[in-house]
Design a protein around this ligand. Structure first.
Ligand code: FES
Ligand SMILES: [Fe+2]
Length: 422
């Protein structure tokens, strides 16, 4: 029988356990995991209500009073910079009769005023409307419910759980690399929003392999050296190129990487990789598209590499020396995601003078849209009753297997590996 969970989602745990038991290692998930409404409820409970979710960047809220909202599953969250400069997150639900308080996506205000009966909250979530005489309870008991928030070198995560998955290990590992990219001193140059008709896991599985890159991504393949690792005979060259790049990265005083996109943690990875010979950045042709950022700006030097960061279940970023591109996945239902892609440049860069959106965006815009197309084709195909999970490549889809193993471990009740990695 389906039962209500504290998260607000409803599913039959025995049925989910039975589905998990049907999985055969070495290939993708059975059909129900991609199309079934009850599995979607279980995903929202087991994964999305326990994990740290990428909401946006600190630089998107530069001034006190700046706020943004994010609707994730049954919840709406408001993230706001207070007068003290601290960024906090709250449930966007009035403590009177529950109306949504902030009804725009972004804004700047001195506080929040509920549109229903006008209760007012300050930027720290404290109720400022007097309630004792009229409602019989002191206002101090009725602030907006806080949401846990972490800031990793300018990347903001929220967590909806009272018992969140440990994040310290991920935070330290990611911060040690991301700190070089200058994400606090950045601004959004371009935003693209997509509705992608695919299950969120198909979108993430697609991100976790590059076996499809030579087939689907002409732009990405032309600029990204390690795509050659999927081509027989070229893998050795990739290792050599990575060694050369690592020597360059070391001389710059930044972290190094590996040639095989290995995970650096149980549910995250972040590592630096070289670009194709002669490429400075991930643009069409590899020519610079914006002023240098972060460590590279300070040293006035290019690393000719990128930092790739991925965090399950909803974030990845490709940071070049002159810009960064972040992707946020928001699941809508079993067959739909909303995806936002943000391009960041240095905060002082001026559009038209220092960067041109028409040159900044195509590399990742085209690559992303190519991915959404194949993810939607994947969703259409797995919906067929004749879909049977096929075999993963033994050499090129190990990271997809890792994702599926992580997912099933969490769905079965929590991954010991995720805990141990902390
Ligand atoms: S519901 Fe917000 S003031 Fe009444
Ligand atoms: Fe792709």
């Amino acid at each position: 029988m389906p039962t209500d969970r504290p998260s607000g989602y409803r599913f039959d745990q025995e049925r989910i356990a039975g589905l998990i038991a049907t999985y055969r290692h070495g290939g993708p998930l059975p059909r129900d995991f991609y199309i079934d409404a009850e599995v979607f409820q279980a995903d929202m409970d087991r994964i999305w209500s326990r994990y740290w979710l990428y909401v946006g960047h600190a630089c998107m809220l530069p001034n006190p009073g700046d706020w943004m909202t994010w609707k994730i599953g049954l919840s709406s969250i408001v993230v706001v910079r207070g007068r003290d400069g601290q960024i906090r997150a709250f449930h966007n639900t009035c403590r009177h009769r529950g109306a949504r308080v902030c009804n725009e996506e972004t804004g700047n205000s001195r506080g929040f005023r509920c549109p229903y009966h006008g209760w007012a909250y300050d930027l720290e979530g404290k109720l400022t409307t007097r309630t004792m005489a009229e409602f019989g309870v002191p206002e101090s008991t009725l602030g907006l419910h806080p949401v846990r928030l972490r800031d990793t070198s300018g990347i903001l995560w929220i967590n909806l759980s009272d018992d969140p998955v440990p994040f310290d290990g991920a935070h330290e590992d990611l911060a040690s690399r991301l700190k070089h990219q200058g994400l606090y001193d950045a601004k959004v140059a371009v935003e693209r929003r997509y509705t992608v008709k695919a299950n969120w896991k198909l979108v993430f599985e697609n991100n976790r392999e590059c076996l499809h890159c030579p087939v689907a991504h002409p732009e990405y393949t032309s600029g990204t050296y390690d795509v050659a690792r999927v081509m027989p005979g070229l893998a050795e060259g990739v290792v050599k190129q990575t060694e050369l790049a690592n020597a360059r990265f070391r001389a710059l005083g930044i972290d190094t990487g590996d040639a095989f996109s290995a995970m650096t943690g149980a549910f995250w990875r972040s590592h630096r990789t070289p670009l194709m010979e002669g490429w400075k950045t991930q643009s069409l042709g590899g020519t610079p598209v914006a002023p240098l950022m972060g460590h590279f700006r300070d040293r006035n030097t290019w690393s000719d590499g990128t930092l790739r960061t991925t965090v399950f279940p909803n974030f990845w970023q490709h940071a070049s020396d002159d810009h960064a591109v972040s992707t946020r996945i928001t699941p809508i239902d079993a067959a739909t995601c909303e995806i936002v892609v943000w391009w960041f440049v240095h905060k002082d860069a001026v559009e038209g003078r220092d960067y041109d959106p028409a040159k900044l965006t195509p590399f990742w815009e085209r690559t992303s849209e190519q991915d959404w197309f194949i993810c939607e084709a994947n969703q259409q195909g797995v919906t067929s009753p004749r879909y049977v999970p096929g075999p993963y490549s033994r050499t090129q889809e190990g990271n997809v297997q890792h994702f599926v193993d992580w997912y099933l471990g969490e769905m079965a009740g929590g991954s010991p590996k995720a805990q141990a990695a902390e």
